[in-house]
Design a binder for this molecule. Structure first.
Ligand SMILES: [Zn+2]
Length: 308
């Protein structure tokens, strides 16, 4: 029997490799001018906003219609159980160690392992609670006021006559065009999400962030608009035609797409945390820490490769 790389890879490493493969596939689809795969993935990201972008991708590839997912025991807490013979979905989960530092317990992600979750469609029992947020249709003025108030905790929102763009930001204040946004709360909401994503990802205190400096204008816009697409969809506003334009005008490239998906996921999670902090429990924070640990490990690895 021959010993292969696959034998020596841990489950966590295999899942990381799978994510890379899926990103390459998505990128190949985009290169052919087909945007449906990416759009469907973004839709699932909206339903699973508290999961990391990589886990959403793993779930998407294994079960595109997954809907909500949870572990075997977590479903029991909702009064539901996994049906016999149901096929699980493999995702990454952090291995966390707690150590004592300066008299304080510090939790650190030491590596990533595989975990199994199940789609809501593979469970039965008590009715599933509805997601209040997705039932909001069309972006009402009340909804918009709530989102503006949440954004203003970090970035004040001002209505001005912009005479051209619907929204702009300098990374300090988000400006919405008074005429266009007063007329349509749906447009105001989508524009607010787009500019808010720019504030998180690309521009801070009037300056482009270091991360954004290496990115083309088209890529920066793709990231902000895709995040806005996911967030608007969650609030009952469909922006697909405009999002599709942004996706099509960006040059497909697997490396860039990898960064873009990570950025989109980060912006969506950050904004959802501001809007619904109660939806993020300790378990999800751990997942994010695992993601951060994996990112820095991968960056170190890449730097090593470049130096070689
Ligand atoms: Zn923009």
């Amino acid at each position: 029997m021959t010993h292969t790389d696959a034998d020596t890879m841990t489950k966590g490493e295999r899942l990381n490799a799978e994510i890379r493969e899926h990103v390459e596939r998505l990128s190949a689809e985009l290169a052919k001018g087909r945007t449906e795969e990416l759009v469907n993935y973004l839709k699932l990201m909206g339903q699973l906003y508290h999961y990391s972008w990589g886990n959403v991708l793993l779930i998407f590839r294994q079960r595109p219609d997954a809907g909500r997912v949870a572990g075997f025991h977590a479903w029991k807490k909702f009064g539901r159980h996994v049906k016999k013979g149901a096929k699980g979905i493999s995702i990454r989960a952090p291995i966390v160690r707690t150590s004592e530092e300066g008299g304080e317990a510090v939790r650190r992600v030491v590596s990533v392992r595989g975990a199994t979750v199940f789609s809501e469609h593979d469970t039965e029992g008590d009715p599933l609670p509805t997601l209040d947020i997705t039932s909001a249709q069309g972006g009402t003025p009340e909804l918009l006021r709530g989102v503006i108030a949440a954004a203003a905790q970090s970035f004040p929102v001002e209505y001005q006559a912009l005479g051209g763009p619907v929204g702009i930001t300098d990374g300090r204040v988000i400006y919405l065009d008074r005429v266009k946004c007063d007329a349509d709360p749906g447009i105001a909401l989508t524009t607010l999400f787009h500019e808010w994503a720019h504030c998180i990802l690309h521009v801070r205190e009037g300056q482009r962030t270091e991360e954004a400096r290496g990115k083309s204008h088209a890529l920066v816009e793709l990231e902000a608009e895709s995040a806005a697409y996911v967030l608007s969809g969650l609030h009952g506003v469909d922006t697909l035609p405009s999002t599709n334009n942004y996706i099509q005008s960006y040059g497909a490239n697997p490396e860039r797409l990898f960064d873009a998906l990570e950025s989109i996921g980060h912006a969506v999670r950050t904004i959802m945390k501001a809007l619904r902090p109660e939806a993020f429990d300790e378990e999800q924070h751990s997942r994010e820490r695992a993601d951060a640990a994996r990112r820095s490990a991968e960056k170190r690895h890449q730097q090593g490769c470049h130096a070689a």
